[in-house]
Ligand binder design. Structure first.
Ligand code: ADP
Ligand code: MG
Length: 733
């Protein structure tokens, strides 16, 4: 009989110095003596590397592509490949890979050696322009949502020169060059997250420049900017490997709420535990090396939960860097005996993890969502801000669908994450400006923040923002950007960003067309803009909500306003393929209807598979771990009762526990049998009916099993309980 769980807790709680193993030691030592400036981007084929290594003409041409989006001249490829290869080999790379983002939401790579045998029987390092620009990984095993049959295998990766190549250093001394690429099928359809993102950026660029031109501003290039805040949990790896549910599904399928959770709110922004800080520092340095500008780190609300955020970058780079960040967070944790959990809801009863996607757009002259001190007379800002409102108002469904998947169903709509209803928080100052426009057609003043006096002579006066923050809103204006808060922690930010770019591009396109027409009629710019705002804002007000998004009152109010409330994945998903949304993506050349429908299909399939695996895992753990533990306890209690009877001792106490435990054992066998029965059914042949079988039958069957298991956990002796408990996992640091 194994009674070791408690000992594991003790072992895990013991101070554990970071293990510096042979190969990482070199990297660690190198890092430790480098300043951030030296380290930052040192393993990327950066602009300064290019300047130093490329012939002047080639460098200039490449910069044209990177900075201004000019089409890449194919003849450049050989020159760049040569320079990149030399640089990578100096860095110790032996292989190169086209690094891409298939629709699994993760990244993929296939390695090729630089070394090619030569005629003399030796080997030379070879890397041609063609090898740089185009790769041909087998596409058949990546999700294609019906775009490709299994036998139609051909897929291509294409070099994205706007995201710098980088060096990956992995344990065991493997060092290789990774080249960011886009991934498409032989038929030319997008099979990845990068292609639609780049296309959506191009649409936003084109239409925003048009609108700016109407304002008399000649912009060279407009880019979407993204700053994703990443929440995650860290637990000791000892526990992870003792929990098949965590290992297989990324979340605990069982676990009684600990007596102390986040009630005391003593973890948020608390001092970061030493082991965690060592881990964070290591992750940050690795990311600096790759040119990822990580900036903030802190404890989050739940015990064992943390957050990390970079400085914002252009959307394409930010999306690549976010994937790298998640990768590094996962990989490096192991060095510290930790596991980084990126799942949206690893633990029931304590907060889950999200990802806040800060979004804005800028031209070379600055951020287009910067209101300045007097937003009421900043017509250009009001125009673009109104365009965002118009986009969100019209496409609530698409925004909601962009964050719909199984993991996020545990979060959205629960009282810790934004509600599933999409609305916009504007803040006091802007709301006031918009309300003035709504009332009288224009705004004449902006509320000011002023200074916050603390009445303590030695403390400096604080400058106060013009409005408070609101953390219950899914889409909040936070000073000079919008913060889309409904993303799940494990999600790729590319698709939600693609949606934001696309819908805002459309709104700007339409508003710019109106503006241009009015200007042609001879209207003055200011009058024309004011007229558009006066027309738009009253209509858009229903999407604006500054109050408490968690409250029941808001749910009723939202219903009255006719806003959508798409509670879970399967409610939201049909909207991905609606006529309105297919038309939008097609019109702006972002995804064809076929590509869109294939994506929708993939999300259905992933939903079905995720819940299916959870159902199977729950049944297995219940039958092979929980039930035996409970039966052992019943057996122990039975023996006690029997002995008491032989000795003529009164045994009411033992008997009542025996009855209670035995009762739960009976319930557990019943609920587990039902889960097993549901698991055996797949719910039909197509992914839609399978997905619905998961939501309607598997999810409730799992909940019924969990309910009994969690009650047993409070009853069965600690030394018999086979799974590490929440209190162990969440509080050992
Ligand atoms: P908070 O917790 O207040 O939301 P953080 O500092 O944790 O703030 O995160 C704010 C994020 O927003 C950072 O990643 C920051 O770089 C990003 N951000 C700031 N300005 C912009 C912008 N113009 N466009 C996109 N993201 C931005
Ligand atoms: Mg935030």
């Amino acid at each position: 009989m194994s009674r070791t769980t408690r000992y594991d807790t003790l072992a895990a709680a013991r101070r554990r110095p970071p293990q510096v193993d042979g190969n990482n030691a070199g990297a660690d030592r190198r890092h430790r003596h480098q300043t951030i400036e030296e380290l930052f981007g040192s393993d990327t084929f950066s602009v300064s590397e290019m300047r130093a290594r490329l012939p002047k003409a080639a460098y200039k041409a490449l910069m044209e592509t990177i900075q201004n989006g000019t089409p890449l001249d194919a003849s450049l490829a050989d020159v760049v490949a040569m320079a990149m290869k030399e640089w990578a080999i100096e860095k110790g790379a032996s292989h190169y890979t086209h690094w891409f983002q298939p629709l699994t939401g993760l990244t993929a790579e296939k390695h090729d050696s630089f070394v090619t045998p030569n005629a003399g029987g030796g080997a030379v390092a070879e890397f041609t322009g063609e090898a740089l620009t185009q790769g041909e990984p087998d596409a058949s095993s990546f999700p294609s949502g019906g775009l490709r049959a299994t036998f139609e295998a051909r897929g291509y990766t294409a070099w994205d020169p706007t995201s710098p190549a980088f060096i990956v250093r992995s344990g065991g001394g493997a060092t290789y060059l990774a080249i960011p690429t886009a991934f498409a099928s032989w038929t030319g359809e997008a099979l990845d997250n990068k292609i639609p993102l780049l296309r959506s950026m191009a649409a936003l660029d084109a239409h925003t420049r048009r609108a700016l031109a109407a304002f008399g501003v000649e912009a060279r290039r407009v880019t979407a900017t993204l700053g994703p805040e990443q929440e995650y949990f860290l637990i000791d790896e000892e526990f992870f490997y003792r929990r098949p549910d965590l290992m297989v599904t990324g979340r605990t399928l069982f676990g009684a709420k600990p007596p102390k959770g986040q009630e005391l709110e003593d973890h948020y922004f608390g001092t970061i535990p030493e082991r965690v800080l060592a881990y964070m520092t290591d992750v940050e340095r690795e990311l600096y090396r790759l040119g990822v500008p990580v900036k903030t780190r802190h404890n989050e609300v739940a015990p064992g939960q943390f957050e990390m955020a970079p400085i914002y970058e252009n959307a394409n780079l930010a999306a690549d860097h976010q994937q790298l960040t998640m990768l590094m967070m996962r990989n490096i944790a192991r060095k510290y005996g930790l596991l980084a959990l990126l799942h949206e809801k690893p633990f029931a009863g304590v907060n889950g993890s999200g990802k806040h996607l800060n979004w804005s757009f800028a031209w070379e002259g600055g951020n287009l969502l910067e209101p300045g001190d007097t937003p009421h007379d900043n017509l250009q800002f009001l125009f673009f801000c109104t365009a965002v409102l118009r986009a969100v108002e019209r496409h609530q469904d698409l925004i909601r669908a962009s964050v719909a998947y199984a993991g996020n169903d545990h979060r959205l709509g629960a009282n810790e994450a934004p509600p599933a209803i999409i609305s916009v928080f504007l803040g006091e100052q802007l709301l006031d400006v918009f309300e003035q426009i709504e009332r009288v057609g224009s705004a004449s003043s902006s509320k000011q923040g002023g200074l916050l006096g603390l009445d303590i002579a030695v403390l400096p006066p604080l400058s106060k923002h013009a409005g408070d923050r609101n953390r219950t809103s899914p889409f909040a204006f936070t000073g000079n950007k919008f913060e889309f808060r409904a993303l799940g922690s494990s999600q790729s930010i590319s698709f939600p960003a693609t949606v934001l770019n696309a819908i805002v591009a459309e709104a700007i396109d339409e508003m710019a067309t109106e503006l241009e027409a009015d200007l042609r009629k001879g209207m003055a710019l200011e009058d024309a803009v004011r007229a558009i705002l006066a027309r738009e804002i009253p209509r858009l007000k229903r999407i604006v909500f500054n109050g408490d998004g968690y409250s029941d009152a808001w749910h009723k109010e939202a219903e009255r306003r006719g806003l959508l409330n798409l509670r879970n994945t399967l409610d939201a998903l049909p909207h991905l393929g609606s006529e309105k949304n297919l038309a939008l993506f097609e019109k702006y050349g972002i995804l064809s209807p076929r590509e869109m429908e294939s994506r929708q299909e993939i999300v259905y399939e992933q939903y079905f598979k995720t819940v299916n695996i959870e159902g199977e895992t729950a049944a297995e753990v219940a039958r092979t771990m929980i039930l035996p533990a409970a039966l052992r306890y019943v057996d122990e209690l039975g023996q006690i009762v029997k002995r008491n009877q032989q000795l003529g001792i009164e045994s009411d106490g033992a008997l009542s526990i025996l009855r209670e435990t035995n009762g739960l054992v009976n319930q557990l066998t019943g609920t587990t049998a039902e889960l097993v029965r549901q698991n055996a059914e797949l719910g039909g042949d197509d992914v839609h009916s399978k997905a619905h079988h998961m939501r309607e039958n598997i999810v409730p069957a799992m909940a019924a099993v969990r309910d009994v298991v969690d009650r047993l956990e409070r009853l069965v002796p600690d030394d018999l309980w086979p799974l590490p408990r929440y209190r162990d996992m969440l509080f050992v640091k």
